[in-house]
Design a protein around this ligand. Structure first.
Ligand code: ARG
Length: 485
């Protein structure tokens, strides 16, 4: 009976020499459970294209520097082209035995081209390789997200422009506050998305730096040319400390933070869509393709898509916390903990991309029920502030004006009407207890008590006057490079 666990046996017979890149050092293979537990190939194979790109740039650099031969480079390029084709066609045999995307590809390369494949890893470690792959992958994801934000924004602008003059109650504490336009309300979300785009673009700058050349942690003794690799891969610069380059994932955390904020904004908008679509409010209707029915209640039309956006914001927030927690206790330099960075990162990018794609379509297709919006405006004394401002402009101190209008609102409640429905005399009587108020009221007060008058008067930059909303849309279009529309 052969006991392969004894030191004597292991010294002569490495346990699994054909399967593991480091098996020379070990006396026994890992168990199936440990193999599965430590492997990342099931999820990091998503970075195969980036892994191949990074390897090709590294190989070209090695050949230019005379570290490998030119024939080696030719062989590596040929092998990688075949591997890329195999992966694309779904023919590549991913193996758990080879742990991750990097070892799987390297092993296949060696099987295809022999020694040249074994030379590829010269002056490199999986530590700087994986950091490079993630950055390449994330850069592509950010570019995609930036394009999708712009698409969402241009749809949002179309609806905002159409409804630049459509009155809607503006709320604070979810109580009717003052009239705004629906276009102005939507433009608030445009501003949020503009900052979201800025955050992703800014994060991209820090993603776009090259870790390769840092090797395991200390750099390498080969005469490498990192600037060449950086420019081959489109990186703006190299990472300037090898320990930092292989270990920190702050760029991924930043991406998740930017994603969490974007999702938070879309979650707020979703909450509004859900509320607005409730029959009790009835401000909008969503196209049927974003809703589902109920299996038991035949009358139901549920806003599933916005509800899911709101729900998925939770998982994106969770991924941010997962990455922060992953990082906080790690000593320099690379630790295997970092392998856990990928699933939250991929899931975040997938969620953001799908959410933006669906939102662009959904927001363009909402049906606005302008009558219901206006109806709600006539129920909350929305122009009360305008009445107070009117009295102030006629010389009454603001606190007195506030008191006078509060009395008018109480009288309107008793009468069961809105402020514009009072006659001038009724208004004067309602304010009689505040000295100086009643005599300042004139027929012109009805100009400010109307919704249109209230909206039109807020005509400064950033205000809700329809002309300002149109100006905001025009500015936004120029910012997006869409011209004057
Ligand atoms: N699969 C690993 C990861 O995702 C690659 C780096 C492994 N490096 C190591 N020293 N075990 O992080």
């Amino acid at each position: 009976m052969t006991d392969t666990t004894t030191p004597a046996a292991s010294a002569n017979a490495p346990a699994d020499a054909s399967a593991k890149a480091w098996s020379g050092r070990f006396s026994e293979p890992v168990s199936e459970l440990v193999k599965r537990y430590t492997a990342s190939v099931s999820f990091d194979q998503r970075m195969a294209a980036q892994d191949i790109r990074g390897s090709l740039a590294h190989a070209r650099m090695l050949a230019r520097q005379g570290i490998i031969g030119t024939q080696d480079l030719v062989d590596i390029e040929r092998g990688m082209a075949q591997i890329a084709g195999e992966i694309e066609r779904g023919e590549f045999a991913w193996s758990l035995d080879d742990e991750d995307v990097h070892l799987n590809i390297e092993k296949r390369l060696t099987a295809l081209v022999g020694d040249a494949g074994k030379r590829l890893h010269t002056g490199r470690s999986r530590n700087d390789q994986v950091a490079t792959d993630i950055r390449l992958w994330l850069r592509d994801a950010i570019d995609r997200i930036l394009g999708l934000i712009a698409e969402f924004q241009s749809r949002l602008l179309e609806v905002a422009e159409t409804h630049a003059g459509t009155p809607l109650p503006g709320f604070t504490h979810l109580q009717v506050a003052q009239p705004v336009t629906f276009g102005h309300h939507l433009m608030a979300y445009f501003e949020m998305s503009r900052r979201d785009a800025e955050r992703f673009a800014d994060c991209r700058k820090r993603v776009n730096r090259l870790p390769l050349g840092s090797a395991a942690l200390a750099g390498t003794s080969y005469p490498i040319d990192r600037e060449f690799v950086a420019s081959e891969l489109g990186f703006d610069e190299v990472c300037y400390n090898s320990l930092d380059a292989v270990s920190d994932r702050d760029f991924a955390i930043e991406f998740c933070a930017a994603s969490a904020l974007l999702m938070t904004h879309l979650s707020r908008l979703s909450e509004e869509l859900i509320l607005w679509m409730s029959p009790r409010v009835g401000f909008i209707d969503l196209a049927d393709r974003f809703c589902t029915g109920s299996s038991i209640m035949p009358q139901k039309k549920n806003p599933d898509v916005p509800e899911l956006v709101r729900g998925k914001t939770g998982r994106v927030n969770g991924s941010l916390v997962a990455l922060l927690t992953l990082m906080k206790g790690q000593p320099l330099a690379y630790n295997k903990d970092n392998q856990e960075d990928k699933e939250p990162l991929f899931d975040t990018a997938d969620t953001v991309i799908d959410t933006l794609r669906i939102y662009a379509d959904m927001i363009g297709g909402i049906r606005v029920k302008a009558e219901a919006m206006r109806g709600a405006l006539s129920q909350g004394y929305a122009t009360a502030t305008d009445l107070a401002d009117y009295l102030v402009k006629k010389g009454l101190p603001f606190r007195d004006a506030h008191e006078a209008v509060a009395l008018a609102v109480r009288a309107a409640e008793v009468k069961g009407c809105d402020l514009p429905q009072f006659t001038l005399d009724e208004l004067r009587i309602a304010m009689a207890h505040v000295p100086g108020a009643a005599e300042r009221l004139g027929e012109d007060v009805f100009g400010v008590l109307t919704v249109e008058g209230s909206l039109a008067s807020r005509k400064h930059i950033g205000g809700t006057a329809p002309e300002q909303v149109r100006a905001a849309v025009a500015r936004a279009r120029i910012g997006l490079g869409l011209g004057q529309g």
